[in-house]
Design a protein around this ligand. Structure first.
Ligand SMILES: Nc1ncnc2c1ncn2[C@@H]1O[C@H](COP(=O)(O)OP(=O)(O)OP(=O)(O)O)[C@@H](O)[C@H]1O
Ligand SMILES: [Mg+2]
Length: 365
């Protein structure tokens, strides 16, 4: 069942700053959807509009089949967790958790039950008598989560709730949020600009750029079939590489001043794009540095940077106007300024139109 639907949402600040541009989104009951995009692309504005903290210029917010545009924030039954924990400093953890229930005038016994229930789920039982200032960042964020959980809202909205935490704690909290979601199955819209967080948490990920939805899909769909170059670049660690290319009248593919003859079935695909400016998208993990492999595009480059991660190596290679990043395990000894032949199989190429960045086909295999 569709739980939340956002239709043709537009928000313009100060008459000219287009923060959200004809944005559409649909979230099913129990689904965890992540909004992912670079800083300033409109993520927080969308959440704030759904929560009722901001008015849209146009568009509709439908929650459980009902238009909620004109409802005040407190009547929408959505809970929002922010980057700043916004706990009441003078209240204990117990009082912080029970506050939203007191506001709703629930009986004392019921409040006790719900707060203890949430504290149990989030591992906060021992912290209930403490004040926020005596808690660590992770514990405070857990209290903020708990305050959303006790409300049992129709919808959870999270705005980068983990970005104040250090890397290790962030990973730990990510796992906890994931477990919490599996347990509660609460419909959730979660904002982040961290692609790894998005990929590991989201049932679906919606990619935004400049206020517009670019693509929505499961993490693997986005990784395997980016609908535009921007999505390919944003998803993956590091993101996709791009090489400009052109299909000559002869059917040869020109890449960085070299010519290649595509094999039969792939050459038929390329022929559709003769004389057009193309972008070849290639994932770092699909680049080989072991000399030219059969049935592959291979080019000469010069090593610009080597990052040894222990279990694998990230290598940046300059090749004429292009700079590519490769990632792999078996690259052997590499030094800066070393000349290398790098290659990638035809089957791993994603094809985009250069001008628009739109995908023309998936991987060619
Ligand atoms: N109250 C405001 N007045 C004017 N412009 C605003 C206001 N709020 C946001 N904006 C602008 O709208 C755009 C979207 O902002 P928003 O905060 O939604 O981005 P974001 O995706 O959440 O970014 P970040 O990842 O940095 O939090 C930005 O260009 C921002 O400067
Ligand atoms: Mg934001």
């Amino acid at each position: 069942m569709e739980k939340l639907s956002v239709k043709n949402l537009t928000k313009i600040f100060d008459g000219s700053i287009v923060a959200v541009d004809d944005f559409n989104l649909s979230v099913k009951e129990g689904e965890f959807v992540v909004l992912l995009g670079p800083s300033g692309c409109g993520k927080s504005t969308i959440l704030r509009i759904i929560a009722g903290l901001e008015r849209p210029d146009s568009g509709e917010i439908i929650l459980e089949g009902k238009r909620i545009n004109d409802l005040s924030p407190k009547d929408r039954d959505v809970a929002m967790v922010f980057q700043e924990y916004a706990l009441y400093p003078h209240m204990t953890v117990f009082d912080n958790l029970s506050f939203p229930l007191k506001m709703r005038k629930l009986p004392k016994a019921e409040i006790q039950k719900q707060v203890h229930g949430a504290a149990e789920i989030l591992g906060l039982k021992d912290l209930l008598p403490r004040k926020p200032r005596s808690l660590s960042g992770g514990q405070r964020q857990r209290v903020a989560l708990g305050r959303a959980v006790v409300r049992d809202p129709k919808l959870f909205l999270f705005d980068e709730p983990l970005s104040n935490l250090d890397a290790k704690l962030r990973q730990q909290m990510r796992a906890e949020i994931s477990k919490l979601h599996r347990r509660l199955r609460a419909t959730t819209l979660y904002v982040t600009h961290d692609q790894q967080e998005a990929m590991t948490l989201g049932d679906k990920v919606a990619i935004l750029k400049e206020g517009r939805l670019r693509q929505m899909g499961t993490p693997l769909e986005l990784y395997r079939h980016p609908a535009e170059a921007f999505v390919g670049e944003f998803i993956g660690n590091p993101g996709m590489n791009f090489l400009t290319a052109r299909v000559e009248g002869s059917g040869e593919l020109r890449v960085a001043s070299s010519q290649f003859s595509p094999p039969g079935n792939i050459s038929r695909v390329f022929r559709n794009y003769t004389d057009r400016e193309l972008l070849l998208g290639i994932r770092p993990e699909d680049i080989l540095l072991s000399g030219s492999a059969a049935e592959a595009i291979s080019l000469e480059g010069e090593i610009d940077l080597v990052e040894e991660l222990g279990n694998e190596t990230v290598v940046r290679v300059n090749c004429g106007e292009h700079q590519l990043t490769a990632r792999g395990k078996d690259y052997g000894e590499l030094t800066i300024a070393q000349k290398v032949i790098f290659s990638f199989p035809w089957s791993k190429i994603h094809l985009f139109e250069k001008e628009s960045g739109k995908a023309l086909t998936g991987p060619l295999s």
